[in-house]
Design a protein around this ligand. Sequence first.
Ligand code: NAD
Ligand code: TDX
Length: 337
Amino acid sequence: MNNVLVTGGAGFIGSNFINYILDERDDYNIINLDKLTYAGNLENLVLSETKKNYHFIKGDIINAELVNYLFQKFDIKYVINFAAESHVDRSILGSEVFFRSNVLGTNVLLEASRKFEVEKFLQVSTDEVYGSLDSEGLFTEETPLHPNSPYSVSKASADMMALSFHHTYGLPVVITRCSNNYGSYQFPEKLIPLMIINTLNNKKLPVYGDGMNVRDWIYVVDHNRAVKAVFEKGKEGEVYNIGARTEMPNIEIVKLILRELGKSEDMIEYVKDRPGHDRRYAIDSTKIESELGWNPKFTFEDAVSQTIKWYLDNEQWWKRIISGEYQNYYQTQYGLR
Ligand code: NAD
Ligand code: TDX
């Protein structure tokens, strides 16, 4: 059996990965280690209940004793590290937990992987490690790292530590750097679900600055198809960018959501900009396409419509979320709107 430790598997992307991989393959035994922070939710794991090759452990990746115990107990051969604090705005409100989970937590996983001689360690990273682009150019794997937020610095630090374990100890590390994801089960602090839910709740849509910051969007399913390709075929010590060539200014996305939901653009409210707000991200994913044969399958228009429909159909899921810790966060971040 291929015993795979998947960390952060109760979050948005990690749960989508586990649902997808359990559906595709029976020969992976998935051990999901997740701390269940505000962003972790076991309801996201739709298939796992019925599967024998799936185990959930509630715990923190920074807990070396627990991590070492799990490596031994489950004879872990592979690691895919999704676990992280993932929201830039929260890292601006307070950075410590970002360094604990994203940097020190990754270090604990790397040390255990070295000790137990794992056969592959996939670090799930982000295009934000490259910093911000002007109106021209794309991030390639050769673009120097220039992270600007506490979040992206923590992710860049983890990337560099993972690569150092490859260089120094020969640990079989691969890294993926993906652009902005969207899809079902995304926590409504991120742009697309936040705008959908505010529209459904007749609340103002808070657009930062002039709304012309550009992000490059990918459907979470395409991201995880790429993670699987890198996990199975990626070359040790290599970084693979993942993107779907879908650059768009934020304001266009907000208007598209309003159009799809039949609401007026009067709901848009331009608010104070995010401090240190990166202007533009855009990914060149030629390497993964040409070397591993991966290509995105979904168009933005279709996948965003599907995502909006999912939030319309799954009110219970997000209503529970916005009635909890989210309220405090929302008030701190946006004030009472
Ligand atoms: P998320 O915030 O939805 O989920 C993170 C998960 O990690 C949660 O289930 C949480 O409980 C868990 N977690 C956090 N700290 C932990 C710890 N110390 N120990 C164990 N579990 C812990 O995040 P996401 O959007 O699913 O992102 C997953 C990964 O993908 C992250 O590493 C993120 O940096 C990366 N990424 C995200 C995007 C995006 O657009 N969301 C894009 C590129 C890369
Ligand atoms: O209320 C908002 N208003 C707004 O204008 C929010 C939440 C966001 N924005 C803007 C800021 C960004 O330019 O929308 C853009 C997207 O913001 P986020 O959804 O917060 O994503 P971003 O900061 O780009 O980071 C995301 O992509 C890379 C993920 O959160 C990271 O985990 C990932 O690494």
